[in-house]
Design a protein around this ligand. Structure first.
Ligand SMILES: NC(=O)c1ccc[n+]([C@@H]2O[C@H](COP(=O)([O-])OP(=O)(O)OC[C@H]3O[C@@H](n4cnc5c(N)ncnc54)[C@H](OP(=O)(O)O)[C@@H]3O)[C@@H](O)[C@H]2O)c1
Length: 322
């Protein structure tokens, strides 16, 4: 089998031939991986800016989709030929053995490329909204609004009747400046953000801010939040620590907290995880959920794929079966 590995801390990723994993044992499933995206978190693992400690050697890849080649004794509910999402890291490889309770079966109507991107970002958007007490008529503000997570936040918020203020350093050309379409407002990030947000919202409260940029962007976003609201930091694309004026915490009573998907879902049972992904898979076929793919590279072209990822809108995928 082939895998993209980092052999030791500080080393660059490389594609290596490793011994085949062998047949599945008790409760195990042999998966032939098909496709995996290159996400910001993968790039952070490579640059050692990821929030969690890593142990080495490691096989890269936060998520991906594969096809079941064989199931071991005692496995129920998963059959040869099913497409599955492994719940844990280590997906940039041609084959892996996975405990059956760490796999989610994906229905056939979700295309391979969209299935490959279903594990992390949709569930993140779901839990970011779910952990706040938002109801119909509430508003949430999010930066990094061109991101995949942000697209899912819009889709899931609209289903709950929650409006979204989208903040991007470059809002899409067809949505220039402050503009309300249904319950969506798009604004350019910058020093005038709090003023522009207040003008566009016309007094409607914003109890929740979702920040994936950090640095000074946190302060700008927090300044748009209503008294008693929350600022949730779930990414740091700026590469900087978040900055927040302490007066917003004392004077406005804001709460700041962090979020990460894997700890947030740790208390879930396999049944509740399966129910969530069944719901997300149902939404993944909708046009609003579609994540564009800019390029797909075989694992052997990993360096080119990594150099391409992170520029422009859309995802770079690795084809793991070539
Ligand atoms: N905590 C968790 O468990 C968790 C889980 C999933 C994702 N995340 C985080 O969520 C964020 C979004 O992930 P994603 O995969 O959806 O991202 P993505 O699709 O790759 O998009 C990233 C977006 O961020 C913008 N961006 C990048 N660097 C920026 C900067 N320095 N300042 C302002 N904007 C910047 C880009 O905007 P332009 O359009 O302007 O180029 C791009 O649209 C990332 O921070 C990721 O780490 C966290």
């Amino acid at each position: 089998m082939k895998a993209a590995i980092i052999a030791a801390a500080g080393q660059l990723p490389e594609v290596r031939h490793l011994p085949d994993p062998g047949p599945p044992g008790l409760g195990q499933v042999l998966v032939a991986m098909l496709l995996a995206p290159i996400n910001p978190a993968d790039r952070q693992v490579i640059t050692r800016s990821y929030a969690f400690p890593m142990s080495y050697p490691l096989i890269l890849g936060a998520e991906g989709v594969g096809r079941v080649m064989a199931v071991g004794p005692g496995v129920q509910g998963i059959a040869e030929g099913d497409r599955v999402l492994p719940l844990h890291r280590g997906n940039w490889c041609s084959h892996r053995l996975v405990p059956a309770d760490q796999l989610i079966v994906i229905p056939p109507d979700v295309p391979d490329d969209q299935a490959a991107m279903l594990r992390i970002n949709p569930a993140t958007a779901w839990r970011l909204l779910d952990q706040a007490w938002l109801g119909a008529g509430d508003w949430v503000i999010q930066n990094g609004a061109n991101s995949v997570v942000a697209r899912w936040v819009r889709l899931l918020a609209s289903q709950r009747g929650v409006g979204v203020v989208n903040v991007a350093r470059s809002p899409p050309a067809h949505r220039p400046g402050p503009q309300i379409s249904g319950a969506e407002i798009w604004l350019a990030d910058g020093p005038d953000l709090p003023t522009e947000a207040a003008r566009a919202l016309r007094g409607r409260p914003v109890p929740l801010a979702l920040d994936c940029i950090a640095g000074a962007a946190t302060a700008r976003l927090a300044n748009c939040v209503s008294p008693g609201g929350q600022v949730v930091i779930f990414g740091h694309l700026s590469g900087e620590d978040c900055v927040i004026p302490s007066g917003l915490l004392t004077g406005r009573g804001l709460t700041v907290r962090g979020f990460s998907l894997r700890p947030a879902e740790a208390p879930e049972t396999p049944a509740t995880m399966a129910a969530l992904y069944s719901r997300l898979a149902g939404l993944a076929c909708r046009p609003e959920a579609h994540t564009p793919v800019v390029a797909t590279y075989p694992l052997d072209a990993l360096s080119t794929a990594l150099a391409t990822a992170g520029s422009g809108v859309g995802r770079v995928l690795l084809a793991l079966d070539r």
